[in-house]
Design a protein around this ligand. Structure first.
Ligand SMILES: O=C(O)C1=C[C@@H](OP(=O)(O)O)[C@@H](O)[C@H](O)C1
Ligand SMILES: C=C(OP(=O)(O)O)C(=O)O
Length: 393
């Protein structure tokens, strides 16, 4: 799809959609209990629907209790993975989180599970799990693409070693099920761990459900076995990845106020605030509300190792700032729902990354196609939760 963005000023107040990462984890942890949980303030999305539908296939009941006037859901989850069918089909849509979180959960069912997906998900890497299946004697079958993938087997407590530089999502998937096994496990990364803030979001969700994991040292976690997930009732916090777009819009255009963000969050994408401030962008705080005020920003070097989802918005902000903005440690964003480096202006400079060197994207103040849109988007930008805005993008 080609989307033309006409330059325009945007202002107003946005109630930020809830964190999609927190939503996936909440649904899964609730499904791993043997009781009923209620998750409030869930902004619906296709990725969350994929997780909910796979959990239903595995035997949990996931139902919408209420929909608020702004489309937020209260979701009831009755846990228990007691699917009656012998073979299960898990359609993960286009969601990397869904497939990587739910492969270990699927193995808990003891059934043969076939994971499927659409679009780019079929090509996104699953190698860390495939290697684990070989080490742990788990049956799997797949063609030349990552999906469809059929798995069957039981994971046992023990030592799990995975590369930490492909996706933190493999660690999250294992961290959610290892506490249920009979015996202690150690999860260890064989490389430096990237996107670790997402692992911390996982551990926070586990704690909410009464499950505890100890970080022993960098890249290593001790997981006591024989734990049980307790049902919970809680409200999801606002999403800093999505807030980032509105903050940039406020800096570039006219003031934008954001509501619904937690100020004590573990989300790595809260780094957008310090990035913008380091670029001399003005962000005002009023309790947990944030207000982005139009500013003349200056290019900086920003490290996205822990916050890869900020790359698109930083590229936009960089294009509107004086001087050069360098986005470093961005190599893995090639592995997302689209090749997000390729989707940015200046992606050619990032291509020299294949020998293990760190990613680097340079953005000039003006894009070469000055006066015309300089990004190719495969989907419209997020625009849930918009209210009282003078002009839409
Ligand atoms: O665990 C999660 O919720 C996510 C982890 C990150 O992926 P990587 O660990 O692959 O960087 C992030 O980019 C993705 O949007 C969501
Ligand atoms: C990369 C993303 O999610 P996932 O990895 O779950 O597909 C995303 O939504 O930006």
């Amino acid at each position: 799809m080609n989307l033309v963005l006409t330059p325009n000023k945007l202002n107003g107040t946005v109630v930020v959609p809830s964190s999609k990462s927190a939503g996936h984890r909440a649904l899964i942890c609730a499904a791993l209990t043997d009781g009923k949980s209620i998750i409030r303030n869930m902004t619906p999305s296709r990725d969350l629907e994929a997780t909910a539908s796979v959990l239903r296939e595995f035997g949990a009941a996931v139902n919408i209790l209420e929909t608020s006037s702004d489309g937020r859901l209260a979701v009831a989850v009755a846990g228990g993975l007691n699917a009656s069918k012998d073979t299960l089909r898990a359609d993960c849509g286009e969601s990397g989180s869904t497939v990587r979180f739910l492969i270990p959960v699927g193995l808990l069912t003891g059934k043969e599970v076939t994971f499927t997906g659409r679009g780019r998900l079929k090509e996104r890497p699953l190698e860390p799990f495939l290697r684990m299946f070989e080490q742990k004697g788990i049956f799997y079958k797949k063609g030349k693409d990552s999906l469809p993938l059929t798995v069957q087997g039981l994971l046992k407590a023990g030592i799990y070693e995975l590369a930490g530089n492909v996706s933190s999502q493999f660690f999250t998937g294992l961290l959610m099920i290892l506490p249920l096994l009979s015996g202690d496990s150690v999860l260890r990364s064989t490389t430096a761990v990237e996107s670790e803030s997402y692992i911390n979001i996982t551990l926070e969700c586990l704690r909410r459900h009464g499950v505890y994991v100890e970080k022993e040292r960098e890249g290593q976690w001790l997981i006591r076995g024989n734990q049980r997930y307790r049902p919970g009732e809680y409200t999801l916090e606002g999403d800093y990845s999505q807030a980032a777009f509105w903050l940039a819009a406020g800096i570039i255009g006219a003031p934008v106020t954001l509501k619904g963000l937690g100020s004590h969050t573990l989300q790595g994408d809260r780094a957008i605030i310090s990035f913008i401030e380091s670029m001399r962008g003005r962000i005002e705080r009023d309790g947990s509300d944030l207000r982005a005020v139009p500013s003349r920003t200056e290019g900086r070097t920003v490290d996205v190792e822990d916050c890869p989802d900020l790359v698109p918005v930083l590229a936009v902000l960089g294009a509107f700032s004086r001087g050069i903005t360098r986005i470093v440690n961005a190599k893995r964003v090639r592995l997302k729902e689209c090749d997000r480096l390729h989707a940015q202006d200046g992606a050619d400079q990032a291509g020299r990354n294949d020998k293990g060197k760190r990613g680097r994207v340079g953005h000039r103040r003006r894009c070469p196609s000055y006066g015309r849109p300089c990004f190719r988007l495969e989907r419209p930008p997020y625009c849930h939760g918009l209210s009282n805005c003078g002009t839409a993008v």
